[in-house]
Design a protein around this ligand. Structure first.
Ligand code: BGC
Length: 912
C-alpha cells in the first residue's frame, strides 16, 4: 500500500474509532465495510453523534431570471473548484455505522451524498434514523412477476420517497442483473431473465425513484450474474450477448429514465475487472449507450488508481476497503498519469446529476415513514406478484365458509423472515406472517393450527449437500428426553485451544458465518439465536451429542464444509472433509430403529484470504431412507390429518454473499414435509417463498395447488391469505423459467457455471432463459411467462400484426392487436404476451423472444380490444462486425399467448 493510501486509511480509521469508541473493538484495518455499518444493540447508543448532513442553498439564478440548466450550474461550480476538491468529490470518503457518504463541501455549497442500499426497499444504516426501519417491499423478482409497469412506478416512487424522507439522496437501486440461471442467490434482486421485461419495469422504477430528489444507481455493470467467486470470476460473453441481453435494461433506463448513476461490479468482464475496464465503462456504457451520468464502484470493486480513472470510473465507493483514489489519484494527475480533463469529467458528471435531480435545492429530511400507508402499497404489489403455478380441480381459492379447520405448516410460516439477505435486506416497519394473515382472514369460525414441520430456515441452507439432520433426532450431551440439538463449543482460534469462548446448544448443525452472519444482513428466523460476530473469521468448534435412529435402514450422512470438518460416530472417524472450497463428503451407514449413536463433529477454519470474508461454513446432513420421518414432520402430519385444508408454506434462504446454491431442492427437509403432509390430507396447498426457482418434481403431482409467492415483503401474510381465499385473483407470471431440475437448463455445464479456472463462459450467447430452453429443446417444469388465474381468458381469433416505418429515421413501428375476453365468472387480469419468432437473418436468433406485453383487467364476460406495441429490438440483432443493430427484412412469425409455451394465436409480420 502506498503511503498516502495508508494515511487515508488511518484517517478513516481514526474517524471510525472516534465515532465508535468505546463500544466497538474491531479495528478499522480489519473491519469490513458491511460489518462497519451495522451496529449491535449496544453500539446503537443514543450518544452517537448525528451523521454529517451538509445542506446548502442552490446557486443564485442569473440576472436575466432564466434558470440555469443543470449542466450550466455544474460548469459554473467547476470553475470555482480546485483540482483537490474535484478529486475529493470523486472519492467517496466515509463509510461507517451511519451509512455511506461523500461529505459535502460547505465552502462550495455542495451537499453530502448520502446513500442507502436497495433494491427491495430502503436499507437504513444510521441507528438514529427511524429505528433503521423502512417499508420492506416484495423482492424485485416479485415486482418482475407482476409484469405491471404501474406497480414498477409505485415501487420506485416508494423507494424515492423513503430514501428522501430518511435523509438519503442516493438509492443504490435498481438491480438490473439478468437472472442467468435459476439457482442464482441474487436472483431475488433481479427483474428476471428477459431483457425486455426488465427494461419495461426498470424505466418506471427509476423514474419513480428520481421523481424525488434522489439519484438512482443501476447495478451491477456488468455480467455480475453469480455469487460463487463473485470478486474474481471472469465473465466471458460475446459482444452480441452483451448488447442484446445484459446491457439492454441499463440502456433503456439511460434512454428513457435519465438514470443518474451506474455501479460497476466486482467481477471481471472478458479478463479485466469491470471497474477498470475501458471497453465496458467508456466504449460501451458512455460512448455507445450515451450514458452521461456517473459510474460508481461497488464496495471494494475498484483495485487501481490510474487504470480505473482512465477506464471511466467516476466515483470510488465510500468504504472501499483499500481505497485507491483520493491522494493517490491527485498524485497520479500531478505526475501526468491521469489527465485533468478526466478529473473535470468525473466531477462534472457527478455535479450535473446532483443538480438535475434536485439535490442542491432539496435537502433531504427525516420525516416519519407512514408505515401503514406504505405497507398497503407493498401488499398490493405482493398480491399482484403471486404466481398460481398449478390449480387442479379449482382447489383454490379456498372458501372460509366451507371449512372448519386449517393447518398452517412450514418452518417460518409463523414469522416474516422470508426475505433476501445481504446488502438489500430491509428492516421492516412491521410484519404480518403467513399464519397471522390466514388467521385474520378466516376469523373466529375456522380453527387455525400451526406446526413448523421442519427446523427454521437459515443462512446455512445456502450450503451445498443434503439437508441438515433434524434437531428432533439429536440430543445434546446430558440432555433429557425432550431436549434436542447438539452441544456446541466455539473457539475464536483454529485449534480449539483453551476454554471455549461459548458453549450452547445448537438445534441443527447448519452454520454459515462471515458475511452471512453480519448484524443486519442476515434474514434469519427469529427462532434461531445468532452467533456472536467474533466467530465470523477464523474459528473452531466441536458439536457433541447423540443421534437417535428413527427407522431401520440405509442412511447417508454428510458433512458439507469449508476448512476442516470431521465426523465421528461412536468415536470412530467416518467422514474427513478437508477442503479450501466448500465441499461435501458422504458416508452410507446402516442403522437400526431406536439406536442411539454418539456424534462428535470437529471443525476449524482459518482466515479467508484477500477480499473474501468467508466465515465458518458447515452442515451435518443426511439422506434418510424413505420411511424415516422426523418427529417434527409427524406432528405436522397429525395436524394436517385433522384439518379440512393444509397450507404448507415453504421457504428458501437466498442471499448475496459467496456462493450460489447448488441444488434446487427445498432446503431443510421441506420436500419430504410436503410429501408427508399431502399423503395425510389431499387438500394440501403449497405456498412457496423463494427468490429464485426451486424444483418441485418430487412433490408437485401430489398437491392440487401451488402458489409461487417469492419473498413478499413485510405484508406477506395478508398478501398470501388474500390470494388463497380469493379476495385477490392471482395474476403474476413467471419472470424466469423454473426447470425440472438443475441438470435440465441451458446453463447446466460447469464451464458456464460456476466456471472453470476462474472463467465463466457465457457460451449460451443470446439464448438466455426461455430462449435457451427452446434452443436446446429442454422442457421446463414451468415456462417463462406462466401463471394461472381463478378465471379464464379467451384469445379471440382476430390477431393482427402490422409493421411500418415512421419518421425521418424510418423507425420500425410494429403492433399486434387482438380481442381478449374474460370467460370465467370472476374479475381477473391477464398478461398478454407477444413473442417474435426467428428472424430472417443469417445469424441464429431465438425461436421466440418477448416483443411486447400488456396486463389487462377484465370483469367476467367482458371483452377488450388490445393494441400492443412491439419492441423494435425483438426484430433486430447486434451485428458485431458492422458494430450496430441490424433489422433484417422479411417475414417474422408472431406468437401471442399466456406464457412462452402457451401460445394461443399465431400470425406473422413482414419487415421491410
Ligand atoms: C453489493 C451492492 C451494494 C453494496 C453496498 C455490495 O456487496 O454488491 O449491491 O450496493 O454492497 O452495500
Amino acid at each position: 500500500m502506498t503511503t498516502s493510501a495508508k494515511s487515508r486509511l488511518l484517517t478513516v480509521a481514526l474517524i471510525i474509532a472516534i465515532i465508535i469508541t468505546p463500544f466497538h473493538s474491531v479495528s478499522a484495518e480489519t473491519a469490513h465495510p458491511w460489518e462497519n455499518r451495522a451496529p449491535s444493540a449496544q453500539e446503537n447508543s443514543k450518544s452517537l453523534p448525528e451523521p454529517a448532513q451538509k445542506r446548502t442553498e442552490s446557486l443564485p439564478a442569473p440576472a436575466s431570471g432564466e434558470p440555469l440548466s443543470a449542466q450550466e450550474r455544474s460548469e459554473s461550480l467547476l470553475e470555482k473548484m480546485s483540482l483537490e476538491q474535484k478529486v475529493q468529490l470523486a472519492t467517496g470518503n466515509l463509510n461507517n455505522y451511519y451509512g455511506f457518504f461523500n461529505e459535502g463541501m460547505d465552502d462550495l455549497g455542495i451537499p453530502a451524498l448520502t446513500m442507502a442500499d436497495g433494491p427491495a426497499g430502503i436499507r437504513i444504516a444510521n441507528p438514529n434514523i427511524q429505528d433503521q426501519k423502512a417499508t420492506a417491499l416484495p423482492a424485485p423478482i416479485a415486482l418482475a412477476a407482476t409484469w405491471d409497469v404501474d406497480a414498477a412506478k409505485n415501487y420506485g416512487e416508494l423507494l424515492g420517497n423513503e430514501a428522501f424522507n430518511t435523509t438519503h439522496n442516493v438509492a443504490l437501486a435498481p438491480g438490473l442483473d439478468i437472472a442467468r440461471f435459476p439457482w442464482g442467490e441474487r436472483n431475488f434482486e433481479s427483474l428476471g431473465e428477459d431483457p425486455l421485461l426488465q427494461s419495461e419495469l426498470a424505466v418506471p422504477y427509476v423514474n419513480g425513484i428520481q421523481s424525488y430528489p434522489v439519484m438512482a444507481t443501476a447495478k451491477h455493470w456488468i455480467l455480475n450474474n453469480q455469487e460463487t467467486d463473485r470478486f474474481t470470476i471472469n465473465s466471458k460473453a460475446s459482444e452480441r450477448a452483451l448488447h442484446e441481453v445484459y446491457a439492454r435494461p441499463f440502456a433503456e433506463t439511460i434512454e428513457h429514465a435519465d438514470l443518474s448513476s451506474v455501479m460497476c461490479s466486482f467481477n471481471e468482464v472478458n479478463g479485466e475487472h469491470a471497474c477498470e475496464n475501458g471497453d465496458v465503462l467508456t466504449d460501451l456504457l458512455k460512448d455507445r449507450l450515451d450514458f452521461d451520468g456517473f459510474v460508481m464502484s461497488d464496495y471494494g470493486a475498484n483495485h487501481t488508481t490510474v487504470e480505473s480513472a482512465i477506464a471511466g470510473l467516476d466515483f470510488e465507493a465510500p468504504g472501499d476497503p483499500d481505497g485507491y483514489w483520493g491522494d493517490d489519484l491527485l498524485t497520479a494527475v500531478k505526475e501526468g498519469k491521469v489527465s485533468e480533463a478526466r478529473i473535470d469529467d468525473m466531477a462534472d458528471r457527478i455535479l450535473t446529476e446532483m443538480f438535475s435531480k434536485g439535490l442542491f435545492d432539496n435537502p433531504t429530511v427525516n420525516n416519519k415513514i407512514p408505515a401503514k400507508e406504505h405497507g398497503k402499497i407493498a401488499r398490493k404489489i405482493a398480491e399482484q406478484s403471486m404466481v398460481l403455478m398449478k390449480n387442479e380441480d379449482k382447489a383454490l381459492p379456498l372458501d372460509k365458509n366451507k371449512m372448519d379447520s386449517i393447518a398452517v405448516i412450514g418452518p417460518d410460516a409463523d414469522n416474516a423472515s422470508a426475505a433476501g439477505g445481504g446488502s438489500s435486506l430491509v428492516n421492516p416497519t412491521y410484519t404480518v406472517s403467513p399464519l397471522e394473515g390466514i388467521k385474520n382472514e378466516v376469523g373466529e369460525n375456522v380453527d387455525v393450527t400451526y406446526a413448523p414441520g421442519t427446523d427454521p430456515i437459515s443462512a446455512g441452507d445456502v450450503l451445498p449437500g443434503p439437508s441438515a439432520v433434524p434437531s428432533t433426532l439429536l440430543r445434546p450431551v446430558d440432555g433429557g428426553e425432550n431436549e434436542h440439538g447438539l452441544t456446541a463449543e466455539y473457539w475464536t482460534n483454529i485449534n480449539r485451544e483453551g476454554e471455549p469462548s461459548l458453549v450452547r446448544t445448537d438445534n441443527q448443525l447448519n452454520l454459515n458465518l462471515g458475511f452471512y452472519n453480519y448484524e443486519g444482513l442476515n434474514a434469519q428466523s427469529p427462532k434461531l439465536e445468532k452467533l456472536p460476530g467474533k466467530f465470523n473469521s477464523e474459528m473452531s468448534a466441536r458439536w457433541t451429542g447423540q443421534f437417535t435412529v428413527p427407522e431401520s435402514g440405509e442412511y447417508t450422512l454428510s458433512l458439507s464444509s469449508r476448512g476442516s470438518g470431521k465426523l465421528y460416530i461412536d468415536d470412530k472417524l467416518v467422514i474427513d472433509n478437508q477442503s479450501k472450497k466448500l465441499a461435501t463428503s458422504k458416508k452410507a451407514l446402516s442403522f437400526v430403529e431406536g439406536e442411539q449413536h454418539d456424534i462428535r463433529i470437529e471443525y476449524s477454519t482459518g482466515k479467508a484470504g484477500g477480499r473474501q470474508d468467508f466465515g465458518g461454513m458447515i452442515r451435518f446432513g443426511w439422506e434418510p431412507p424413505k420411511e424415516a420421518v422426523d418427529p417434527k414432520i409427524q406432528k405436522a402430519v397429525e395436524k394436517a390429518e385433522k384439518s379440512d385444508v393444509a397450507v404448507v408454506v415453504t421457504h428458501t434462504y437466498d442471499s448475496e454473499g459467496y456462493v450460489d446454491t447448488s441444488t434446487l431442492d427445498l432446503p431443510n427437509n421441506q420436500d419430504q414435509l410436503i410429501n408427508e403432509v399431502s399423503k395425510a390430507n389431499p387438500n394440501t396447498i403449497v405456498v412457496q417463498m423463494s427468490g429464485r426457482a426451486v424444483q418441485m418434481n418430487t412433490w408437485q403431482d401430489n398437491v392440487p395447488a401451488i402458489v409461487q409467492a417469492w419473498f413478499p415483503g413485510q405484508e406477506q401474510g395478508n398478501a398470501i391469505s388474500n390470494v388463497l381465499f380469493g379476495d385477490v385473483n392471482p395474476s403474476g407470471k413467471l419472470p424466469m423459467t423454473f426447470p425440472v431440475d438443475e441438470d435440465s437448463t441451458p446453463v447446466s455445464n460447469e464451464n458456464q457455471f460456476p466456471g472453470v479456472d476462474g472463467v465463466s463462459d457465457y457460451s449460451e450467447g443470446v439464448f438466455v432463459g426461455y430462449k435457451g430452453y427452446e434452443e436446446k429443446g429442454i422442457e421446463p417444469a414451468y415456462a417463462f411467462g406462466h401463471g394461472l388465474s381463478y378465471t379464464s381468458f379467451d384469445y379471440r381469433n382476430n390477431v393482427k400484426a402490422k409493421a411500418k416505418r415512421k419518421g425521418k429515421n424510418k423507425d420500425l413501428e410494429t403492433t399486434v392487436s387482438l380481442n381478449l375476453r374474460n370467460t370465467g365468472d370472476v374479475s381477473g387480469s391477464e398478461v398478454v404476451q407477444v413473442y417474435a419468432g426467428k428472424l430472417p437473418a443469417n445469424v441464429e436468433t431465438p425461436s421466440k423472444q418477448l416483443a411486447g406485453f400488456k396486463k389487462v383487467e377484465l370483469k367476467p364476460g367482458k371483452q377488450q380490444h388490445l393494441k400492443i406495441e412491439l419492441d423494435p429490438k425483438a426484430f433486430s440483432y447486434w451485428d458485431a462486425g458492422k458494430d450496430k443493430w441490424v433489422t433484417p427484412s422479411g417475414e417474422v412469425p408472431i406468437y401471442v399467448g399466456s406464457s412462452s409455451n402457451d401460445i394461443r394465436q399465431e400470425t406473422s409480420v413482414t419487415i421491410k
